[in-house]
Write a protein that binds this ligand. Structure first.
Ligand code: HEC
Ligand code: HEC
Length: 227
């Protein structure tokens, strides 16, 4: 078991360009995705959540997600340190039914937009506890995350989620670093099986379609230790 050391520099830009030149459909879809992402980001910035009100309101969430957003059960996502705009969007999506889950749907139903902003502000102000990656699938996972798979037109995860998994606030790409491998796997399978369809312009459905279940296991393991 080990924490993954990020390799920051080599060829980040070049690799991204290489992958973009492999699959023009993905580039097109990504370009569309970026446009809508900026619109949503803009609208999210109109309200700023209140951290202490959010702490109060998140008490009902703590039983699963942890008081500080670090859940213990690996099927419940860690929310600590996640970008507030992403948390807000997911809560809105559970509320509207765009994203479905037996546990989250009824909980989000009772939240107002202000509650969602406050809770998002609170969790994002907390510090995530990074997990550990097992060494078994590490090399495969690292390669997929950092370089993708050009022969299948799979873009590098880091081109959107960042070299250290910190995501990108401006573009609304969520942070992935340190997340439970089991939760990440559930999400990638849900995107691949079209059970989770709330991603902008199906960007994650397109990505996950290009991965085998073994590759999903490997990349989820890598992400658990990434920071
Ligand atoms: C009974 C356990 C449980 C409780 C209580 C709970 N959640 Fe969740 N939450 C989950 C599960 C399970 C998921 C993953 C759903 C899926 O697989 O799509 C989740 C997902 C989420 C996500 C999406 C995270 C991501 O990375 O995409 C957010 C945000 C969230 N919950 C916020 C909340 C908030 C806010 C509350 C309190 C109002 C809450 N949850 C209460 C179980 C719970
Ligand atoms: C073109 C940009 C892009 C690329 C490349 C990309 N992602 Fe994503 N990813 C996104 C966006 C945008 C979302 C948020 C979707 C939403 O709003 O629900 C996301 C969401 C996710 C989530 C859900 C996070 C959560 O907390 O529920 C996971 C897991 C994920 N991506 C993993 C990956 C992996 C692994 C790869 C590489 C194999 C990858 N992504 C490549 C843009 C991208």
């Amino acid at each position: 078991m080990q924490k993954v050391k990020p390799i920051r520099s080599v060829g980040f830009k070049e690799r991204k360009n290489n992958i973009h030149s492999q699959d023009s459909t993905v580039i097109m879809k990504n370009a569309l995705a970026f446009t809508s992402i900026f619109l949503v980001t803009f609208s999210c910035h109109i309200y700023a959540g209140d951290v202490s009100a959010g702490k109060e309101k998140s008490q009902v969430c703590a039983v699963c997600h942890g008081a500080d957003g670090n859940s213990v059960n690996p099927v419940w996502p860690k929310l600590a340190g996640q970008h507030p705009g992403y948390i807000f969007k997911q809560l809105k999506d559970f509320h509207s039914g765009a994203r479905k889950n037996v546990q989250m749907t009824p909980l989000a139903a009772s939240l107002s937009e202000e509650d969602m902003q406050d809770i998002a502000a609170y969790y994002s102000s907390q510090k995530i506890k990074i997990g550990y990656a097992s060494s078994k699938l590490l090399a495969v996972g690292e390669k997929l995350y950092r370089a993708g798979n050009a022969s299948k037109g799979l873009p590098a995860c880091m081109s959107c989620h960042g070299p250290n998994g910190a995501g990108n606030v401006a573009a609304s790409f969520p942070a992935l670093s340190g997340q439970h491998a089991e939760y990440t796997k559930i999400q990638l399978l849900a995107f691949r099986d079209n059970k989770r369809t709330n991603d902008f312009n199906t960007v994650m459905q397109i990505v996950s379609e290009k991965m085998t279940t073994d590759e999903i296991d490997a990349v989820a393991n890598y992400i658990q230790g990434l920071h």
